[in-house]
Design a protein around this ligand. Structure first.
Ligand code: FE
Ligand code: ZN
Length: 506
């Protein structure tokens, strides 16, 4: 008979140490350089990988337990939402445009982050780093899945949700987010950590998820609120991981400072450009608005951002290069972007509209220095054209920025009456940019950005050859259903009818 041995139960801290530090070993038949070929070429010097602190010290069994619990809650609410026609509780179907953009542009970004972290986990030699990247990789695929599942219910009733995967690859406005993620995934592992951990998780999560989720709550969208909550506790972990990575690089060697600063400059601007879509969603697309884009920026951009950069100042880090230009753009960007979306609405897989008088009054109140002066007159003009039966549609194709891939619809930082265009020549070809920030990014890595696939020229290439109907087919956009004005759309009519049936006896 075996003697009974009392097993000593390990504490969480010990468990984490066994999971991370003691999992690694010294390779014997391959050199470290052979095993981790990508870790040196970016120029980041690391002397001691054990100094990497994963701030959450989460063991795998604890991780699965927490996540499983969240999944159970999530799917219970999603089921209830589907069974009780939760889609009829939203304010009105205009709100869905924001959701469609999210599904087409942001959820695929979660999936890209999943792939990126799986790769980064393999490329870093430190075990603590590997484990943290592995967990984030699993988090990110969970985010993509829960978002797609939550929004799949809307796809049963409304247009524009049916082809988000094709649209991620082919339609013009999603390439802004897609190129952001492709750029990060094709960078080295350290730059990837700044791109996602700092720019996506820190700059974007605060300004995208927080207002987006409160927007969903304000507009009665329980499905989205639920995936937001389910992701939020992961996001806190991700932000800390990104920040920890920045500090790790800065503490390991003083020579890392200029490289890290360069990435912060680059990825702040790239993140800021993706926020163009978010600003429009907040100011124009939510029937019931939480706060203006300006107000969100003051809290999450200025306050949180300044605190972050104060914290990093002791390492010699300064605020990102494009910070002042960003501040100057805040009171303009959502209006400029919505005007763009409205005039090119034949090519969007969501609806846009002319803001009503009440919305315009709200915008003047929130943007006292810019809206009445620069944007209300344009909307008034557009309104007149629509009333005369000649709505303003722009079938000309916009010039795209080679870096961020947005149409160049923005104005000069110091002159809101002048379009901002930049141009550079590289190896005999001309390239166009929306801003100094984007031109700088190109100038630092021209060989990377000349390879960018731009969605507008695709209209003239195989298999579309300049045929708009063929292009719509190719991007899986159903003309007359997915695109165009909200007023008179099938989404609007159906929502009104169904809601009427749910709330009356007719
Ligand atoms: Fe995520
Ligand atoms: Zn740009």
């Amino acid at each position: 008979m075996d003697t009974k041995v009392t097993k000593k139960k390990l504490g969480l801290k010990e468990k984490y140490r066994f999971l991370t530090r003691d999992l690694g070993w010294e390779p014997s038949y391959h050199t470290k350089d052979e095993i981790f070929p990508y870790v040196n070429y970016e120029g980041i010097k690391v002397h001691d990988w054990d100094k990497w602190e994963d701030p959450f010290r989460l063991t795998m069994d604890a991780y699965w337990k927490y996540q499983a619990e969240k999944e159970r809650k999530f799917y219970a609410i999603i089921d209830a939402h589907a069974q009780n026609n939760g889609h009829l509780n939203i304010t009105d179907a205009r709100y869905l445009s924001a959701l469609k953009i999210f599904l087409q542009a942001i959820s695929p970004g979660e999936y890209a982050a999943h792939k990126g972290f799986a790769r980064a986990g393999r490329e870093f030699p430190g075990v603590g780093t590997m484990v943290a990247c592995q967990m984030q990789s699993i988090d990110e695929i969970r985010h993509a899945q829960t978002q797609i599942h939550a929004m799949s219910n809307y796809n049963k009733y409304y247009n524009g949700f049916h082809a988000f995967a094709d649209q991620r690859d082919r339609i013009w406005y999603t390439s802004v987010a897609r190129s952001f993620f492709d750029d990060s995934m094709s960078a080295g592992p350290f730059e990837f950590m700044i791109a996602i951990g700092f720019s996506f998780e820190y700059v974007l999560t605060n300004l995208l998820f927080v207002p987006f989720m409160s927007g969903a709550a304000y507009n009665g969208d329980m499905a989205t609120v639920t995936f937001g909550f389910s992701a939020q506790s992961d996001e806190a972990r991700h932000m800390t991981l990104g920040l920890e990575c920045i500090k790790f690089m800065l503490e390991q060697d003083p020579a890392n400072l200029p490289i890290v600063q360069g990435w912060i400059d680059k990825w702040f601007w790239r993140g800021f450009r993706v926020l163009g879509l978010v600003s429009t969603m907040m100011d124009y697309m939510l029937p019931k608005r939480v706060m203006s884009w300006r107000e969100a920026w003051n809290i999450y951009g200025v306050e949180n951002g300044s605190a972050l950069f104060r914290d990093l100042a002791r390492y010699g880090i300064r605020a990102p290069k494009g910070w002042d230009d960003a501040e100057k753009a805040i009171d303009h960007m959502s209006h400029q972007f919505m005007l763009g979306l409205y005039q090119w609405s034949f090519g969007t897989s969501f609806h846009s509209w002319i803001p009503c008088d009440e919305d315009m009054d709200w915008l003047s109140k929130k943007y006292p220095d810019t809206f009445d002066k620069y944007y209300r007159p344009r909307w008034d003009h557009i309104k007149k054209l629509a009333a005369a039966g000649t709505p303003f549609k722009n079938y000309g194709l916009a010039k795209l920025c080679q870096t961020c891939q947005l149409p160049v619809v923005f104005t000069e930082p110091d002159d809101p009456t002048m379009s901002c265009h930049r141009e550079a020549e590289y190896k005999g070809e001309k390239y166009h940019f929306c801003s100094d920030g984007c031109q700088d990014i190109f100038a630092n890595e021209p060989e990377k950005y000349i390879q960018a696939w731009l969605p507008m020229p695709q209209l003239f290439q195989e298999p579309n050859n300049g045929d708009l109907a063929a292009w719509m087919d190719w991007v899986s956009l159903k003309d007359g259903l997915d695109n165009g004005d909200y007023d008179g759309s099938q989404d609007q009519q159906n929502f009104q009818q169904w809601r009427g049936m749910a709330t009356s006896n007719q």
